[in-house]
Design a protein around this ligand. Structure first.
Ligand code: UDX
Length: 442
């Protein structure tokens, strides 16, 4: 089977590399020549564990190719995946489908008879029907199918998520769509991965519903963490206990500074806006969004309050990526913390194992260093924003000795509650201590 993938963002490049690993002949197309040049040299444009090796080995086997021009690969392709970006629209809420429809216009003249167009991007219900209508208008004589196949991969574990997913969702309107995608995902069905064939709208909706539900779980546990702080409870205990109930499940119950990334914030807003537009408002999703926005601001305010008078103070921020194992800082809860500190005249020193390059462009006034021990030199507080393993393994005595004042604000709860205190730190974490209203770093 010959496959073209349009778009080499996270989803496109991971899908392309993994499908070529299944043995298919895959060409990834992007209109950004720099990305294509990098990929032709087997360099991944994004940091994702295992991805570059997968690209290199499949390109060397002659199964994975890169191309800037759709006319060179779409005419031969049995399947064309759409994996272009679906950013938020200018109003910050609706999903902007411009790139999707532009890609459809680009490929339509080149599609061969019997081609299957697979939508990997996250799109609002009804989009696949609009794509069918558009291709039908542009190519009235073409026999084709449109399949909705949302992707559930997580940054940082994208290859594993593609190769061993909990399920594969396939939205179809005809038998060809079913047969071709069944063949595509045969390597997964052979290893007992559930493959759900549903309608196109069913697939489009399930992607939004899954992301919104997970985001809601996080906002829920974050609010319970606030409650724990008021009554001397311990959110770790509460999460563990409720997670043991199989109806609830133990995943996505880690309290923290709020969810970020390229999906949850954007997808929850898009779902809420879409639902409002069809007069089915989603109160829980709307509340999830608000709780998360408020939380990010509250976390930044907490850090500022903890250092007292900001004049002459230095704060070390460890971790700026929205989660570990990625260089992505989109909607990271670390950003409002940096903004607040800088706005209040605090000197900020910061470290992140992968995301510093992107963050340094946005925050040139921050002193970026490649070592966490160097980041804390002279600091009146150290704030842990991302649960990188390298931060879990820090020698606390060494950290403390480099600081001007030993205050640790651990917004990811990476330490055991008493551990930093034993090493002489004043320790603040999430949902495990009564909130400290006054400054501790004076
Ligand atoms: C998410 C979905 O998990 C994935 O299925 C979808 O395809 C894309 O969106 P991703 O954004 O890569 O994936 O990261 P994820 O691991 O889901 O984390 C999202 C955010 O939630 C991060 O900021 C993370 O720190 C936060 N989070 C996650 C918590 O605060 N607590 C948790 O318990 C879990």
């Amino acid at each position: 089977m010959i496959i073209t993938i349009i778009g080499t963002g996270y989803v496109g490049i991971v899908t392309g590399a993994c499908l070529s690993e299944f043995g298919f002949d895959v060409t990834c197309v992007d209109n950004n020549p720099e990305k294509i040049a990098l990929l032709k040299n087997n360099v991944s444009p994004i940091y994702e564990p295992g991805l570059e090796q997968l690209i290199r080995s499949n390109a060397n086997m002659g199964r994975l190719h890169f191309e800037g021009d759709v006319s060179r690969c779409v005419p031969q392709s049995d399947v064309v995946f759409l994996a272009v970006g679906t950013p938020s629209a200018a109003n910050g809420e609706d999903v902007d489908l411009t790139y999707v429809f532009k890609a459809v216009e680009d490929i339509a003249p080149h599609l061969k008879n019997g081609a299957v167009v697979v939508i990997k991007c996250t799109v609002v219900p009804g989009t696949s029907q609009r794509i069918r209508n558009l291709i039908g208008k542009l190519r009235p004589d073409l026999d084709f199918s449109v399949v909705s196949n949302p992707e559930f991969l997580r940054e940082g574990s994208a290859i594993q998520d593609f190769m061993r997913p909990d399920r594969v969702v396939i939205g179809i309107h005809d038998e060809r769509g079913r047969n071709v995608t069944a063949q595509l995902y045969r390597p997964l069905s052979l290893q007992e991965t559930p493959i759900s064939f549903v309608s196109n709208v069913g697939a489009e909706l399930s992607k939004y519903a899954a992301n919104a539900f997970l985001a809601m779980k996080i906002s829920f546990i974050n609010e319970i963490a606030d409650l724990c702080e008021k009554v001397d409870g311990n959110i770790i205990e509460v999460s563990e206990i409720i997670g043991l109930d199989e109806r609830i499940g133990d995943k996505f119950l880690r309290a923290g500074p709020g969810f970020g990334g390229s999906c949850f914030p954007k997808d929850t807003r898009a779902l809420a806006a879409f639902a409002r537009s069809v007069n089915a408002p989603q109160a829980l999703v709307e509340a999830t969004i608000q709780v998360n926005e408020d939380r990010k601001i509250d976390m930044a305010a907490r850090v500022l309050a903890a250092i007292g008078n900001p004049t002459g103070k230095t704060v070390a921020v460890l971790g700026v990526a929205f989660k570990p194992d990625t260089d992505d800082i989109r909607e990271s809860p670390a950003l409002p913390v940096l903004d607040t500190l800088i706005k209040n005249g605090v000197k900020v020193r910061a470290f992140d194992p992968k995301a510093m390059e992107a963050a340094a462009v946005l925050y040139p006034d921050v002193v970026w260093v490649d070592d966490p021990y160097e980041a804390v030199i002279g600091a009146h507080a150290v704030v842990i924003m991302t649960e990188w393993n390298v931060l879990r393994a820090l020698e606390l005595d060494r950290l403390r000795d480099a600081m001007a004042y030993p205050l640790m604000i651990d917004l990811r709860n990476i330490h055991k509650r008493k551990e930093p205190t034993r090493h002489g730190f004043t320790y603040m974490s999430v949902g495990r201590d009564r909130a400290k209203p006054t400054s501790v770093a004076e």
